[in-house]
Design a protein around this ligand. Sequence first.
Ligand SMILES: C[S@@+](CC[C@H](N)C(=O)[O-])C[C@H]1O[C@@H](n2cnc3c(N)ncnc32)[C@H](O)[C@@H]1O
Length: 359
Amino acid sequence: MAAAEGSSLNPLRIELDARLAKEPVPAADVMALALYHPLHGYYRQAVGPWGFEGKDYYTALDLGPLLGQALALRLEQVWEQLERPSEFTVLEPGAGRGWLGRDILNAAAGPFAVALRYIHRDDNPAARKAAEIALAPFLATNRALFVKESEPIEPFVGAVLSNELFDALPAQPWRWDGARWVREVLTENGPEWHAHDESVSAEWFESQGDGIEPGDGSVWCEKLSPVASNLANALAAGLFITIDYGDQASHLLAKGADLRRFKGHTVDGKWWEQVGECDLTADVDFTRLTVILEDSGLKEVTHESLSRWIRAHAPLAQWEAQWQELETPVRVKRMENLLQLTMPGMMGERFRVLEGWRA
Ligand SMILES: C[S@@+](CC[C@H](N)C(=O)[O-])C[C@H]1O[C@@H](n2cnc3c(N)ncnc32)[C@H](O)[C@@H]1O
């Protein structure tokens, strides 16, 4: 690899090269620097990376309002189950542009809409700017508001909702080499696998694999536990719901889950290149997230594919009837939106939805 690739221009590369001259840097530390450096991190920029042409990646929200519409119905059920509290708060950490909040608020109707209050929590400056536009009518009527990630969260009744939050937390790839656990680090010569003693992640992986073989390995996200339990603890009563890509721990181990880099809608594993200029993501370990949430007192924590979740919760027949009234181009867009969310090769099987309850 070119250790000094782009170093004259890229301030993060300069910082990284100075550290590499002293010692190898774990991949998770490179991911943290690349995404969250206060000035130069990918998620600390004034202009956002989401969308199609000229952008790096899209999420379910770029495809249309159906996910928000299905969630609005699911949240209304939760409101009913909680016996219609007068205030029902939906907190969205990692809310990005606030489009999911906007789609939910637009879809909510009747007395549920009166009770619904949406909180956007994401320090990403580009996201905040876009969310101020997307949520403008709801901000004006106090049905939406912004909070900072550093603000303590007062316990509330309602839901914690996230879409693609946990895959954006720094994660460390590990492999079993047949004799010991090795972790991926960046050196002056490029990425390498180095032996390292770290019993917590090793114990977790060993408890999940049914006979671990050389080459097996997964990603370990240090912040998964503090971030998820902090959010779960804020939920006094209601639903914790998270949408993300990932799998159960044993599948990730067998697959050798790794970091991924997104740039201009192409994906590869070169997490050490163009630091701060690309998105870096890791599969979410849904088995571990389940254990963390259960330890925080949530009940009935389950996860299933997005495709199954949509089919269980979206009013598909009703949507189909409503779409007959729409102009052809809009109707086609809705159909495409539904296919993207449900087809296995698209988001349907790669994405999972986790739900957990605080009664
Ligand atoms: C992949 S983006 C997803 C954005 C949005 N949910 C969407 O689907 O378009 C991840 C976002 O999570 C935010 N984020 C990361 N860690 C966070 C945390 N601990 N609390 C709140 N937001 C966080 C980042 O700033 C980034 O905007």
